[in-house]
Every structure is written in structure tokens, then in C-alpha cells.
Design a protein around this ligand. Structure first.
Ligand code: NI
Length: 170
């Protein structure tokens, strides 16, 4: 079943997800519907938050070469490590038509569970790492427009510090 995707500024998008403690039949159905919804919208990933579910899970299409889609269900993801930084354009199904340059790690390793409650380690680089981080952000109630604001703010602080140094050296 194709689910309704919550669009910004719906406050649901700011909710922090709750860990999945049991992989019930409902979780299976939700994951299945989320995959269908992601693929029918040409999305690279979709977080449960975006379909009004409070559960900490997302789906991602790990086929990046345009071949047959390879959807993957990621439950209770936790970031183990991240490396490097890269700025690239990204979009979000909750913000149709908006594409923003966002800084993300170049490489990430996450720990998660799959639908069979098996522990899984997911290593992702480039576009896939970006998608993983974007979806984990959704589960933490963080939107990509806030990532832009964060960089801008950090740069603004650097400028202010620099200007302070200039005035002190006068
Ligand atoms: Ni998104």
C-alpha cells in the first residue's frame, strides 16, 4: 500500500522516533508499505517519521546505478563511525522540489537490525552514506533545512571571531 508522505511544516517531522522493541507483523507491513511508497516516489530513502509512524526505522534503496531497485530495511540504526566530509545536493520527499547543498560525512558505518532481528553492520560511502545520514536525521527529528542553517551559523561565528581578532590587533 502506498502511504501518505508527511510534508513540511507538519510538526510530525520534528518528533523523535522510538526504538522498535519487537519486530511484529505490523512492523513487517509498515516496512513493506514504506518500500512501495519510496519506490513509487523515486526516493532514495524514507523514514518512518515521514509516514507518521513513531518507530525508529527507515528504508533505503541501495541500488545507485539505476538498475533494479534494491530496497533495504534498517531498524534501530546507530552510528558507529563517520569519516570525511562532502558537500552535495540532496532532496527530501517531505520538501518536494527543494534541493539543497548539505555537508555530510563521506563514509559512515552504522549498526542496525534487519527485519529478521539480525544484527547488521552497514558500511556506506558517498551518496549512500548521505542518504543514511539524512534518514537517521529524520528519526531524530532533524530536517535537512536545519543542516544548512547549522553550517551557515558556524561560518557566521568564524567570521565574527575573525573580525574580533582584527579589532584586537589594531
Ligand atoms: Ni527526507
Amino acid at each position: 500500500m502506498i502511504l501518505q508522505i508527511v510534508k513540511y511544516p507538519d510538526p510530525v517531522l520534528k518528533k523523535k522516533a522510538e526504538p522498535v522493541d519487537k519486530i511484529s507483523k505490523e512492523v513487517f507491513t509498515l516496512a513493506d508499505d514504506m518500500i512501495e511508497t519510496m519506490l513509487s516516489n523515486d526516493g532514495l530513502g524514507l523514514a518512518a517519521t515521514q509516514v507518521s509512524s513513531p518507530l525508529r526505522l527507515f528504508v533505503i534503496n541501495i541500488s545507485l546505478d539505476g538498475d533494479a531497485p534494491k530496497p533495504m530495511v534498517v531498524i534501530n540504526p546507530r552510528i558507529i563511525s563517520q569519516e570525511g566530509l562532502e558537500v552535495h545536493e540532496e532532496g527530501c520527499l517531505s520538501f518536494p522540489e527543494l534541493y539543497l547543498n548539505i555537508e555530510r560525512p563521506q563514509k559512515v558505518r552504522i549498526h542496525a537490525k534487519d527485519l529478521y532481528n539480525e544484527n547488521a553492520i552497514l558500511d556506506a560511502t558517498g551518496l549512500l552514506a548521505r542518504a543514511v545520514m539524512h534518514e537517521i536525521d529524520h528519526l531524530d527529528g532533524i530536517l535537512f533545512i536545519e543542516r544548512v542553517a547549522k553550517i551557515a551559523q558556524e561560518e557566521q561565528e568564524k567570521i565574527l571571531k575573525y573580525l574580533e581578532t582584527l579589532s584586537q590587533n589594531k
